[in-house]
Design a protein around this ligand. Structure first.
Ligand code: NDP
Length: 304
């Protein structure tokens, strides 16, 4: 069997077109959705990710701002900038590119972002709300994986889903989202005793370990849907995923390539979250105006 490719570039194009229409509606009302990206230091990979995100905003006609700081910046300076961005009416989504340098506390910075502007979905509230199903913004990478599965009409309910990796930004939210769709979910980590015991029963296998090509075709159930979140720079300069694509594609029914699979979907869902944040902002402003005119009418009636 040779697997069908889950093409993140093509799916992104289609999803971005839908969100662009929604952004255009807002722009007709005088509101351009805006994303602020905060970048600290000169990590080469982070700079590439940030550049791609800013470029994608431009392509969709969104406003974007890059707020860049040197690696030795203090936490207070970053927090002060986030407070300004929280208050800015031009900004509806705020993203802090991780990792941050050691003098800055990741959690404090992520929690300083207003929940309504947390376009990356990493705020403790948004992550915690995944447990109860009440998220404001789902984290972009697992959200992108779900969108990809849905685009290819992969049945999720009742299937065995295995997620390898338990990071707060990929593995754990991924597992919760699959669980919310009634998959039977297992989470594997570096401490899992017999990884193959899990991978071999997975109808859907999501791999997010940062270990290049660690999942091979021999570990996969025939016909499985394999989603490779990993992005690893190999010694020859090429990118590779956490799945050995060549052997896995012979066993899987569907598989994501690296690059061109989950990566573009992550950026797409960031744009989606930003537009949605702007829509909520517009709806809230409208309600406030209605409330104010209602209060005004009540006050006028009382004066009569
Ligand atoms: P982390 O390093 O935070 O987490 C890696 C996880 O993998 C850990 O839970 C770790 O287990 C587990 N793990 C490591 N080795 C093994 C192993 N041999 N067997 C089983 N589990 C293992 O990584 P992230 O979640 O942040 O990222 C994972 C990958 O996804 C990276 O390649 C990253 O670049 C990529 N990524 C891609 C994105 C995209 O848009 N496509 C977005 C974000 C990340 P333990 O907890 O026990 O240490």
């Amino acid at each position: 069997m040779t697997a069908t490719l889950m093409d993140g570039v093509a799916v992104s194009k289609s999803i971005r077109a839908q969100w662009k229409e929604r952004a255009d509606v807002l722009k007709l009302q005088g509101l351009t959705p805006g994303l602020a990206v905060v970048l600290v230091g000169d990590n080469a990979a982070s700079q590439v990710y940030v550049r791609n995100k800013v470029k994608a905003c431009g392509e969709m006609g969104l406003h974007s701002e890059l707020h860049q700081f040197p690696a030795n910046v203090s936490e207070q300076v970053v927090l002060a900038r986030i407070a300004e961005l929280n208050a800015s009416p031009k900004i509806h989504g705020i993203l802090v590119q991780l990792p941050l340098p050691p003098q800055i506390d990741n959690t404090r910075v992520l929690e300083a972002i207003s929940v309504e502007k947390d376009a990356d979905g990493f705020h403790l509230y948004n992550l915690g709300a995944l447990v109860t199903g009440g998220t404001v913004f789902p984290p972009c990478t697992p959200y992108g994986v779900m969108a990809l599965l849905d685009y290819y009409r992969i049945p999720i309910e009742g299937c065995n889903a295995v997620v390898i990796g338990r990071s707060n930004i990929v593995g754990k939210p991924m597992a919760l989202m699959l669980l919310a769709r009634s998959a039977t979910v297992s989470i594997c980590t570096s401490k899992t005793r017999d990884l193959r015991q899990y991978t071999s029963i997975a109808d859907i296998l999501v791999v997010a370990t940062g270990k290049p090509k660690m999942v091979t075709g021999a570990m996969i159930k025939p016909g499985a849907v394999v989603v490779d979140v990993g992005i690893n720079r190999m010694p020859d300069g090429k990118l590779a995923g956490d799945v050995d694509f060549d052997s896995a594609k012979e066993k899987a029914s569907y598989i994501t390539p690296v690059p061109g699979g989950v990566g573009p979907m992550t950026i797409t869902m960031l744009l989606a979250n930003t537009v949605q944040a702007a829509e909520r902002f517009a709806a809230k402003s409208l309600n406030m105006r209605k409330d104010q005119s209602g209060t005004g009418r009540e006050a006028a009636a009382l004066q009569k």
